[in-house]
Design a protein. Structure first.
Length: 180
């Protein structure tokens, strides 16, 4: 059985107070930057989030489209983001509720047909066509299961990536070309 080592409520209290007193201080723009990997290598990319500037996340083309299977593909990273968000949200909500987790397993699957990416016909979609997240949680004794049910509802509700994928958001993309 694992008891949280961090008091989430205490850690979040000053943030909640600040956001209540100054609502304009809450919204953020998250940014990830790429384009600094070896430009002669068409199979790999590296990106760095502004929130963790010392971290470099490598990505590679999937083997189904000619990649080398030496780095996660972009879809793997999307699914990884969902799995990580689901796990972190569950951990934080459990800690906030004082629920000890005995076991936690998160598996995320995505359906993809590489023929779309390979431009083999308009009948093949480009991108994932379905995503399934499976989370298994074992908590310390909860006779009626009420706290565990509340934990799962809250974790599902507050998972940022799950909500984003389910609800959909406007996505703007611009690509500019300059002569070197």
């Amino acid at each position: 059985m694992s008891r949280p080592s961090i008091d989430i409520r205490a850690r979040q209290a000053p943030l909640r107070d600040r956001y209540t007193a100054d609502p304009a201080s809450a919204p953020r723009t998250l940014r990830v930057r790429g384009g600094f990997h070896d430009l002669a290598d068409p199979l790999h990319a590296s990106v760095t989030p502004d929130s963790a500037p010392d971290l470099v996340v490598r990505s590679g083309a999937h083997p189904a489209v000619g990649g080398e299977a030496d780095a996660p593909c972009s879809a793997d990273l999307l699914l990884t983001a969902l799995a990580a968000c689901q796990e972190i949200t569950l951990r934080m909500v459990a800690a906030n509720m004082g629920i000890a987790l005995e076991k936690l397993e998160v598996t995320v699957e995505g359906d993809w047909d590489p023929r779309g990416t390979l431009a083999m016909g308009r009948e093949f979609p480009v991108g994932l066509t379905a995503v399934r997240a499976h989370t298994r949680v074992v908590v310390a004794s909860d006779e009626r299961g009420e706290r565990a049910k509340r934990l799962l509802r809250s974790a599902e509700r507050y998972c940022v990536i799950l909500s984003t994928l389910r609800e959909g958001i406007p996505v703007e993309s611009t690509i500019s070309l300059e002569q070197g």
